[in-house]
Design a protein around this ligand. Structure first.
Ligand SMILES: Nc1ncnc2c1ncn2[C@@H]1O[C@H](COP(=O)(O)OP(=O)(O)OP(=O)(O)O)[C@@H](O)[C@H]1O
Length: 278
């Protein structure tokens, strides 16, 4: 039996007033999707392609100009916690612990007397054991993002949305934040991960490509780099203008030289495996 569908979007569109104040412009065009319990969906797309708008609609934010249908399962509930790009956005406490306590009080998801301990547990789940009482303004960007994610856990969600949360972090901190969200996913969390970094496609069940407000591609990460034949330059990634990871480019070159890799090597380790086995 397949996993339960917890979110379904049907013909979701959003229009807004154009910057000249006279016309209405379409920001999302008839987007259709389903999200299953426990799925990891990565959303990619260029600047202004509609990723954040779609994320806000899915989160259940009350935006004007939305049409279509968004259905969520009873357990998922109408509001989905979302973490945004800027590490300072949405943090309200003076310390990580205080921030999560305030979030728990707001969501009302944890019984009052249990909040102090539950806040500590949420922060420990994100690897912030040693920083519970550190002043928020002294945390690194990555530690702030981890605090924001712990704040999301205050709602006891089964689904969270992360909107380019590593875009302002250095590579080490990006990996740390990504790894912590992976742990949550392993424990059963459904994740919508928005990014412009193709290396973060690793481990996605499903990839959505947004282009011009439309969902231009929905499929696997590997499918994004699949060409119709050696040297064909017609993979969805090339069609939508993404620079593929180095390992994929080498895989394509090998294919042209008549050395087909058994599968598209999305990562260097895979490429090593493909080439090393010959
Ligand atoms: N309320 C609004 N009114 C007018 N235009 C809007 C509104 N919201 C979004 N837009 C425009 O819609 C387009 C899509 O914006 P969105 O933030 O969803 O893109 P994005 O793919 O997340 O981009 P980025 O990667 O740069 O964050 C942009 O051109 C943006 O300026």
């Amino acid at each position: 039996m397949g996993a339960e569908i917890i979110v379904r979007g049907t013909n979701l569109s959003l229009s807004a007033i154009s910057p000249n104040g006279r016309d209405r412009i379409a920001i999302l065009h008839s987007v259709n999707f389903t999200i299953k319990q426990g799925e990891w969906i990565t959303v990619i797309g260029g600047n202004g392609s509609g990723k954040s708008t779609l994320a806000k609609v899915i989160a259940g934010m009350p935006l004007t100009g939305v049409s279509g249908r968004l259905e969520k399962s009873a357990k998922t509930g109408p509001s989905t916690p979302i973490v945004l790009q800027n590490p300072d956005a949405g943090l309200v406490g003076a310390t990580p612990w205080e921030d999560v306590v305030i979030m728990m009080e707001q969501w009302g998801s944890v019984e009052g007397g249990r909040i102090p301990e539950a806040a500590e547990d949420a922060l420990k789940r994100l690897g912030l054991d040693g920083r519970l009482q550190q002043a928020l303004d002294t945390l690194s960007g990555g530690q702030k993002q981890l605090t924001a994610i712990a704040g999301c856990l205050a709602a006891s969600p089964n689904f969270i949305i992360l909107d380019e949360i590593t875009s302002m972090l250095d590579p080490d901190m990006s990996r740390e934040v990504y790894k912590q969200v992976r742990h949550l996913h392993k424990a059963g969390m459904t994740v919508l991960w928005i990014t412009q970094k193709l290396e973060e496609l690793e481990g996605s069940d499903t990839v959505w490509v947004m282009a011009g407000g439309e969902m231009a591609y929905e499929g696997t990460g590997l499918g994004l780099f699949r060409r119709s034949g050696p040297g064909a330059c017609d993979s969805p990634s090339e069609r939508y203008g993404f620079e593929p990871p180095y390992s994929v480019q080498v895989g394509w070159e090998l294919e042209v030289l008549g050395v087909p890799a058994p599968d598209i090597p999305l990562y260097l380790e895979k490429l090593q495996g493909a080439v090393g086995s010959r």
